[in-house]
Design a protein around this ligand. Structure first.
Ligand SMILES: Cc1cc2nc3c(=O)[nH]c(=O)nc-3n(C[C@H](O)[C@H](O)[C@H](O)COP(=O)(O)OP(=O)(O)OC[C@H]3O[C@@H](n4cnc5c(N)ncnc54)[C@H](O)[C@@H]3O)c2cc1C
Ligand code: FES
Length: 479
């Protein structure tokens, strides 16, 4: 169902168009992804698992999990959550594994690959990538931003709540408005942006392989920033792959970016900030939140967020987890149960909930695939979200001239992503223009602000993680 009224958002839909799903006419709007339009039309199964042909809906809604891949105009493996519907398109459910789009499999296409040269290639147009582009361009650098979504702004474009922090980190401004500020700045500076362009390879000599509008390009860059963000984690329980089980961020994307309701009755798993914020935003959109289940014995979200839910009467079951999701082709019911201190289910405490949607807010994993492929030195630091690439305080990795910033360097928040982006952008500029006093002052200023941001009890986990990281980086000669 499409939302018409919302207390914060106005959904200005563009021109109505029709496309075809398995021969059936589907109404969409220009700039609405195929998967979102299908969802609005009540079609939630988009593909099937290749071996057992179990139904698959979308899970991440940002191009990171592949559960929404479909055949579009004869081309398979299209991630329909990030590809807008077009008039007359023919879309089919994908029921078997396809390794590589056929049009890229002939060697001829690689021989004809155009090579684009740039001083600074930025992979990912979220808050980290956009900030890096802005700060590098302040020193005369002309970056190229490569973004796989057709929209830029990363996760900020779905965040309707106001941010914390200080004025220089846009405190009291909604995430959607911070995205607009950054995007306007980038556009006013005339920075080159490739949207709907995925970086799929990294070759020696700092060369990126990019798929853009059905063509393969090589981008040769003097410096590179990888700011690809993070992907949502799933957890094990029977039925966790059914359509209707989403990452909490996917619910936000569907609801806040495209104005489409994920369902009518929702169970959220995880009472950290993301789970609690998404639950509140569901209520704002007029959707019932049946319960939140949290495995820890306490609510992890800031009190300001969780208090709103308590006032609105949403039950939060602590020391509980999800034990089952029931349904044939989509979620019909979910079961939660109490767990003991060993995280084992306590028999007899099961509760069946009538829900059609389950939102998993159980953490994020840094999207490190490109760096790992590039051979950057990696490490595992649980406090930072898992595998990350070793880097120094200038955000440079073990590959000279290759920087990281934002969630890829450790799961944190948009404010730190912007600061890290600035530091990476400034250091990339330094590699190109050489020593410069003003540039050096800016690097130190932003590094100081980042340290200040992480002070206090909420920054403790990151401080512990970073201590481990910098020690290991130093031991590996990265400093
Ligand atoms: C529900 C929710 C609530 C949140 N609330 C807050 C909050 O209140 N305050 C706060 O500060 N933070 C909050 N955050 C966290 C914040 O959104 C992230 O920390 C921040 O967006 C990270 O920025 P980033 O630039 O690293 O990544 P992202 O914003 O994820 O951007 C990464 C970009 O890279 C692109 N990309 C990925 N792979 C490729 C590729 N191979 N080729 C090309 N492009 C690629 C993606 O499409 C994306 O646009 C919240 C997050 C969520 C999910
Ligand atoms: S890739 Fe489309 S839902 Fe995850």
């Amino acid at each position: 169902m499409r939302l018409e009224k919302h207390p914060i958002l106005k959904f200005k839909r563009k021109k109505e168009i029709t496309f075809f799903y398995e021969g059936q006419a589907i109404i969409a709007y220009e700039d609405e992804p195929i998967a979102a339009a299908l969802h609005a039309a009540g079609i939630t199964t988009l593909s099937e698992s290749p071996r057992f042909h179990r139904p698959r809906g979308f899970f991440c809604a940002i191009g990171k999990c592949a559960s929404c891949v479909m055949e579009v105009d004869g081309v398979s493996n299209i991630r329909t959550c990030i590809v807008p519907a077009k008039y007359g398109m023919k879309v089919k459910k994908q029921t078997e594994a396809k390794i590589f789009p056929e049009e890229f499999s002939g060697s001829q296409i690689f021989k004809q690959t155009p090579v684009i040269k740039t001083d600074f290639a930025i992979v990912g147009g979220g808050p980290a990538g956009l900030s890096a582009a802005i700060y590098a361009s302040r020193f005369g650098i002309k970056p190229l931003i490569i973004e796989e979504n057709f929209l830029i702004g990363g996760q900020l474009i779905k965040q309707t709540h106001k941010f914390f922090g200080s004025k220089s980190h846009y405190a009291s401004t909604r995430g959607i408005d911070i995205a607009k500020i950054l995007i306007n700045d980038v556009q006013e500076r005339g920075i080159n942006i490739w949207t709907s362009s995925s970086v799929v390879g990294f070759y020696p000599g700092n060369i990126l392989g990019v798929v853009k509008e059905g063509r393969y390009y090589k981008v040769e860059a003097k410096t590179i920033l990888i700011s690809t963000g993070a992907s949502e984690k799933s957890i094990l329980f029977p039925g966790n792959d059914l359509p209707g089980v989403y990452g909490a961020g996917a619910i936000q994307t569907l609801m806040n970016v495209y104005g489409i309701t994920p369902g009518k009755k929702v169970l959220i798993l995880g009472a950290g900030n993301i789970g609690v914020i998404v639950a509140y935003q569901l209520l704002q959109a007029g959707i019932e939140v049946v319960a939140i289940a949290e495995a820890l014995p306490r609510v992890g979200a800031y009190i300001v967020h969780s208090a709103k839910l308590k006032r609105l009467g949403v039950p939060i079951f602590t020391s509980h987890t999800i034990s089952y999701v029931f349904g044939k082709d989509k979620v019909e019911q979910a079961e939660i149960a109490e767990i003991n201190h060993k995280w084992q289910k306590i028999q007899g405490t099961e509760k069946r909930l009538n829900v059609d949607t389950v939102g998993l807010a159980v953490g994020l994993s840094p999207s490190v695939e490109i760096l790992s492929q590039a051979g950057a030195k990696m490490t595992y630091i649980p406090e930072l979200g898992g595998y990350i690439s070793l880097h120094n305080m200038n955000m440079e990795t073990s590959i000279p001239g290759v920087f990281i910033a934002g969630d890829i360097s450790g799961i944190e928040e948009a404010s730190s992503a912007m600061l890290e982006g600035r530091i990476a952008g400034l250091n990339a500029a330094k590699k190109i223009i050489g020593e410069n006093k003003e540039l050096e002052r800016e690097i130190i200023k932003n590094q100081k602000e980042l340290v200040e941001l992480r002070e206090g009890p909420f920054g403790e986990k990151i401080r512990i993680g970073n201590k481990k990281l910098y020690k290991e980086a130093k031991d590996n000669g990265i400093h």
